[in-house]
Design a protein around this ligand. Structure first.
Ligand SMILES: Nc1ncnc2c1ncn2[C@@H]1O[C@H](COP(=O)(O)OP(=O)(O)OP(=O)(O)O)[C@@H](O)[C@H]1O
Ligand SMILES: [Mg+2]
Length: 442
């Protein structure tokens, strides 16, 4: 590519936008502090937001994009991000390109006080467990998102693989199974071709290949892959993605005849601009001021544990889980499952609660008044959960995510194995409804 105005980022961005516009229609997706997201075909370009009002220098913004790209690449073999399209990203970090997630975000504020289409409680439960598992996957790899909020969680309707477990299944070791599968999937050829795998393993390409054969599947209905024949280069792509998927399932064996394809919903994170990773021995206490919600740990940690050093990764984990807890509470409220009464300024219970939790008096005076108000909102939510959770699994989970941020001494082992299908119809209906409302009311 031509060396154009490296010192004039705005011009370079505009040039790229113009180039895209000449090929196909562009659609604005969102303008945030870090980036301006534009949908082009089945991709999203996140251009640096060079608007002067955001108080960040171009260098800081560039670093955020660089950081985001780094984490997207680190997590590329997971199903938990929108796939980065490395060959479409800018060498100078002025934009990054990912696959377009077609069902919107978890941000459903528009539903609040509408009495029509809601997510079912069961759907919310599955989403909650799924998101926890995703964060656990990140954390097990010492990666912390640090900007968990409803606008950074995306849904995507897509073709997915599924392994049907049948009794007396003859399973083969992965490589052997893939070899056998690739033989079976290949269309009969006049002359034997070598299996050339020279295409970039592009996720949108995988979706395109599967759509050729499975476009008639009903939501969550499945079809057997083995019943179709594919061109050699498509077989190579399929084998690549199935191998990746089997690894993600921690499988060591499988039966090629049992691979099914279904149309389902993926849920994943975007926006890794603030993400960080920590080593085990990283003891510096970081300030996570950029996060969306100020956590109880941020407010109280320095007051309660003045002389103690808490490992950075733990604080990062507190933050991610806390933000997920609040995100889930927003979802419950917007969908009409939780009605939280506004707190009273002279709330005495909080003082008592803090005293009981930390054994310290006068914590109120040690906090900034705004911070204390923040604590009060969280406390009112905690109290609502305590009164309403009974044996409800989802509410209990959310409670744990929030509560342990007040008790920051022990971690919660969160290893929820369950991974159910996300109810596709329910999400699609509600997302369409959200889209309509947003169009109507802005
Ligand atoms: N791959 C994608 N597919 C679909 N929509 C996307 C994708 N990436 C981003 N978006 C949309 O664009 C919005 C902004 O993206 P992102 O959060 O990455 O930018 P940001 O500048 O960091 O925003 P903010 O500062 O507001 O968090 C998202 O909330 C989402 O609605
Ligand atoms: Mg964002």
């Amino acid at each position: 590519m031509q060396q154009e105005n490296p010192e004039n980022p705005q011009a370079r961005i505009e040039q790229q936008i113009d180039r895209l516009r000449q090929i196909d229609e562009l659609r604005d997706l969102g303008k945030g502090r870090q980036g301006i997201c534009i949908n082009f075909k089945d991709r999203v370009y996140k251009f640096l937001n060079l608007n002067r009002n955001n108080n960040l220098s171009i260098e800081e913004l560039r670093r955020m994009n660089q950081n985001e790209l780094h984490y997207l690449q680190l997590l590329t073999s997971s199903d938990y991000t929108c796939e980065v399209q490395s060959n479409e990203c800018d060498d100078e970090n002025l934009w990054i390109t990912t696959a377009y997630m077609n069902l919107g975000t978890l941000d459903m504020d528009c539903l609040f006080n509408q009495q029509q289409q809601f997510l079912e409680m069961e759907t919310i439960r599955i989403i909650c467990v799924r998101l926890l598992n995703i964060l656990n996957y990140f954390h097990n790899n010492r990666i912390f998102h640090l900007d968990v909020n409803p606008t950074n969680i995306l849904f995507h309707e897509e073709f997915q693989f599924f392994h049907e477990n049948r009794q007396n299944d003859l399973e083969l070791p992965i490589e052997q199974g893939l070899q056998s599968l690739s033989q079976d999937l290949r269309a009969p050829q006049k002359k034997q071709l070598h299996l050339v795998d020279n295409k970039i393993h592009d996720y949108t390409n995988l979706q395109y290949i599967l759509n050729q054969k499975f476009s008639n599947l009903q939501p969550n209905q499945r079809g057997y892959l083995i019943e179709y024949r594919f061109a050699d280069e498509h077989v190579a792509q399929l084998v690549f993605w199935i191998r990746r998927w089997l690894k993600l399932q921690n499988r060591e064996t499988f039966n090629p005849k049992c691979i099914q394809v279904k149309k389902g919903i993926r849920i994943c994170f975007c926006d890794f601009g603030l993400s960080r990773s920590f080593e085990n021995n990283d003891f510096n206490r970081p300030e996570f001021r950029d996060g969306p919600y100020k956590t109880p740990y941020e407010i109280l940690g320095r007051i309660v544990y003045q002389n103690e050093r808490i490992e950075a990764w733990k604080i990062a984990r507190y933050q991610d889980l806390f933000c997920l807890g609040i995100t889930m509470m927003n979802l419950l409220i917007n969908n009409g499952y939780a009605e939280i009464e506004p707190f009273k300024e002279d709330e005495k219970d909080l003082e008592q609660f803090l005293q009981q939790t930390y054994g310290l008096h006068q914590l109120k005076n040690a906090c900034h008044p705004d911070d204390y108000k923040e604590l009060l909102t969280y406390y009112v939510i905690l109290r609502w959960l305590e009164q309403n959770m009974n044996n409800d699994q989802t509410l209990r989970l959310i409670y744990r995510m929030l509560k342990f941020n007040f008790n920051f001494t022990s971690d919660i082992p969160l290893n929820l194995q369950e991974d159910q299908d996300i109810p596709l119809e329910n999400i699609k209906t509600v997302q369409n409804f959200c889209r309509l409302l947003t169009e109507q009311y802005g």
